[in-house]
Design a protein around this ligand. Sequence first.
Ligand code: ADP
Ligand code: F6P
Length: 324
Amino acid sequence: MAKEIKTIGVLTSGGDAPGMNAAIRAVVRKGIANGVKVMGIHRGYHGLLREEITEMDSRSVSDIIQRGGTILGTARCMEFMTEEGQVKAANICRKFGIDGVVVIGGDGSYRGAQKLSKQGINVVGLPGTIDLDIGCTEYTIGFDTAVNTAMEAIDKVRDTSSSHERCSIIEVMGRHAGYIALWCGVASGAENILIPEKYDYNEQAIIDQIVENRKKGKKHHLIINAEGIGHSTSMSRRIEAATGIETRATILGYMQRGGSPSCKDRYYASIMGAYAADVICEGKNNKVISVVNGQLADIDIDEALAVKKDIDDYEYCVSIDLSK
Ligand code: ADP
Ligand code: F6P
């Protein structure tokens, strides 16, 4: 029989993402609508272990749907990686009467949630990451805002790059996944998109292409480089030396994780957040909220973590064909 849920907790963990606030708001308000008490756990598992826990009412999440970052704060926590830390965290949940916790974050945060579940606290994960790299779901909260932020920045660099007839390397986030690079690369008409899943490290081929394009009259050359490949500055020096064409590197960095969330991120955060509140209030445990074939689903965390996601071959090939 499902455990009776009277009080739920909500926390944000790992890298922040635009839309996390909209998700917190949805969990709080839907939880209250379902008749449970909602506790905000500040600074992820780190704050949980320090009892940084406050009750949240409807007004506590007013005026946050449009804000980037997370009002609860986020953290990475080594202590929670230990069994001792996990036992302590579960005991703190019990002390505060928390029967279940909604964890907004990426796959690392779900691994943590799994451990909390093993200690007797119900958990439901909600995908909040700009990287789109969670296998079990088509959508992760924050991706849409991040790719739009990156695309707008790339458009600006492209203007000056064309004026000066330069080559530009723009590094975007994605330490292990190339989704951000692929999406904003295609959307900004980049000549090369270098992503960890596909790049063959054949820099000479890129150099040949730049020289060839210049002969054909292309005024600039735009390379979108994922953080997972990195080394954009040294790459720009090598390309400039080999081609004789001025080459500049721009690393977009953390600006991609901030800013007011897009409509799509606010909408999905609201719908998925509300669904997470429903699932945890029903007494379900060890689940990740996902979008599968456009529909909301709750998937077992173990199953969810086992699903591998890869860049679609056709989409990647199209990105090459359209860049010529
Ligand atoms: P993300 O959720 O963005 O993938 P991380 O991988 O940094 O972020 O994970 C966030 C936090 O989740 C970690 O700092 C740690 O406290 C917890 N966590 C991650 N993996 C585990 C694990 N295997 N066991 C227990 N806790 C974990
Ligand atoms: O939020 C995802 C992400 O941007 C990854 O692309 C990157 O690897 C990571 O966060 C870097 O975050 P931090 O510097 O906070 O560890």
